[in-house]
Design a protein around this ligand. Structure first.
Ligand code: UT7
Length: 329
């Protein structure tokens, strides 16, 4: 069975920066409240004339350059997003923009677990020998679905995109993964579609769907995250006989600094091994894991051969953990 290696990574956020003070002029909040409850100081937000797909293209191109690959090498392209610019999916538009004419493209929706679920999915096609080169792109523009009058959610989210190239190789990069879903918590975090009957002069009845704003029961999702995520990390490490301290870096979905600190406490590892850039980007949904992983790679904080963990969690409810070994970049 071919091994799966991560051979390139890219990430980008929009240039417009929105600080906590900027938000305090929109809703009743303060830098002190946001920073102390979440760790967030600022986030990057798409301007009205900017496209999420343009970010996805840039992240993908950076990952391809770092992998030493061209778009023509891609066999499979998975776009992890909950905010496609087309409900039928945006992967084939991305395929077109990249010129990845050989690739099969599809969208994958798993909210803030999207990147982890997509890497796990893509790696299976390599392992079975179906494909050799897979491009995973995670891009979300939650600012477009935010209720800017709801201070409990509008302070949390930012926009961004990240990408990795997965390739068949000889040394193992993706050592294992565990994925979970719990639909009993689906109502805790939603962007629901509402139906409205359409008045037609007809003998049949139809409705039109319209998506609403983000709704989140923050306390419940927090409770779920601080329990389920460290549980699954421990389980994944135990399956592979790895102790938490042997892992160089933990790249967790950036939802709240307090969640990251709670995971560090549970695993009895230093806080510094849980990577964090939430202060600068906020919660970028599926893009958060590649955004922070790319920072560590660029800063040479992750060396070839070192173990690392990626974990996503969020709406669904969904959560997933990947144990990996850094390879050539
Ligand atoms: O990405 C998917 C995964 N997402 C997560 O994991 C998010 C998990 N949840 C959280 O991170 C936290 O629950 C939040 C950051 C969303 C909220 O923090 P919290 O400590 O759970 O606050 P809370 O919702 O319990 O609210 C505490 C108080 C409330 O006032 P009362 O009822 O105590 O009078 C809120 O109305 O803070 C108030 N509040 C605010 N005050 C100032 C809520 N939002 C704000 C705000 N500014 N922006």
């Amino acid at each position: 069975m071919p091994a799966v290696q991560i051979t390139g990574i890219g990430a980008i956020a929009p240039s417009q920066v929105v600080t906590n003070d900027d938000l305090a002029s929109v809703v009743a909040t303060s830098d002190e409240w946001i920073a102390s409850r979440t760790g967030i100081r600022q986030r990057h937000i798409l301007r009205p004339d900017e496209s999420l797909l343009d970010l996805a293209v840039q992240a993908a191109q950076e990952a391809l350059v770092r992998a030493g690959r061209s778009a023509l090498d891609i066999d499979l392209l998975i776009l992890a997003t909950s905010t496609p610019e087309d409900l039928f999916g945006s992967a084939t538009r991305l395929q077109k923009e990249l010129g990845a004419v050989r690739a099969v493209g599809m969208d994958l929706t798993a909210a803030c677990s999207g990147f982890v679920f997509a890497v796990a999915t893509g790696s299976q096609f390599i392992r079975t020998g179906t494909f050799k080169t897979v491009l995973i792109v995670a891009a979300d523009g939650l600012s477009r679905w935010t209720n800017w009058e709801d201070r409990t959610t509008c302070i949390l989210f930012g926009d961004g995109a990240g990408a990795v190239v997965l390739e068949a190789g000889e040394t193992e990069g993706i050592l294992g993964f565990e994925l979970r879903s719990d639909g009993s918590g689906v109502h805790q975090l939603t962007i629901e579609s509402q139906r409205q009957a359409v008045d037609l002069p007809s003998s049949f009845a139809v409705a039109r769907s319209q998506y609403q704003h983000i709704y989140m029961n923050g306390r419940e999702v927090y409770r779920f995250a601080v329990e389920a995520v460290p549980d699954l990390i421990e389980k994944t490490l135990a399956i592979h006989n790895v102790v938490p301290s042997a892992v160089k870096g933990y790249f967790l979905h950036q939802a709240n600094q307090r969640i990251l600190d709670a995971v560090a406490n549970r695993l009895r590892i230093p806080k510094e091994s849980i990577a964090s850039n939430i202060a600068r980007y906020g919660n970028t949904s599926s893009a958060s894991v590649p955004l922070i992983l790319e920072e560590w790679v660029k800063a040479d904080r992750l060396q070839p051969g070192e173990l690392f963990v990626m974990a996503g969690f969020g709406a669904g409810l969904s959560w997933g953990v990947i144990l990996a070994r850094w390879g050539r970049i």
